[in-house]
Design a binder for this molecule. Structure first.
Ligand code: ZN
Length: 135
């Protein structure tokens, strides 16, 4: 998520994030319900699973911790699956930080391999050019 979409949470209000067309905002209602009393009556998740943090991989390699309630249902997908997120592109969601880190490492390895291949090709081209110059 870009800085523009981040919300600084007010400590006495419900932690649910209301998505708007232009910006997101924190729920206006007082907290005191749900897990750790962090939610208003309306947003308190019946399923405690929803109140535990997930890890989203954004911009290919950035890992952020998020609550399920921060993302509207239409954006959610199976763990690890690519999920379209309004404005900021795509995120991959994971249940644990370890899974997210592993995903990022795998992705970085793939791109490093790609650069190595391109470098090898460039060196080969350069070598051919040098050979030609000698003739
Ligand atoms: Zn609320």
């Amino acid at each position: 998520m870009s800085i523009k979409n981040q919300v600084v949470l007010h400590p006495e209000r419900c932690v649910a994030i209301i998505r708007g067309d232009w910006h997101n905002s924190q729920c206006q209602r007082p907290n005191g319900h749900g897990p750790e009393g962090k939610y208003c009556k309306q947003h308190a998740p019946a399923d405690p699973e929803q109140a535990t943090p997930w890890f989203a991989v954004t911009s290919g390699t950035r890992i952020t911790q998020k609550l399920m309630v921060e993302v509207s249902e239409s954006y959610l997908a199976e763990p690890g699956r690519k999920t379209k997120v309004k404005k900021s592109g795509y995120e991959n969601w994971f249940r644990t930080r370890e899974e997210a880190v592993e995903f990022v490492l795998r992705r970085l390895t793939i791109s490093v391999d790609g650069y190595r291949r391109r470098l090898a090709e460039a060196e080969e081209e350069l070598q051919k050019f040098i050979e030609q110059e000698k003739q």
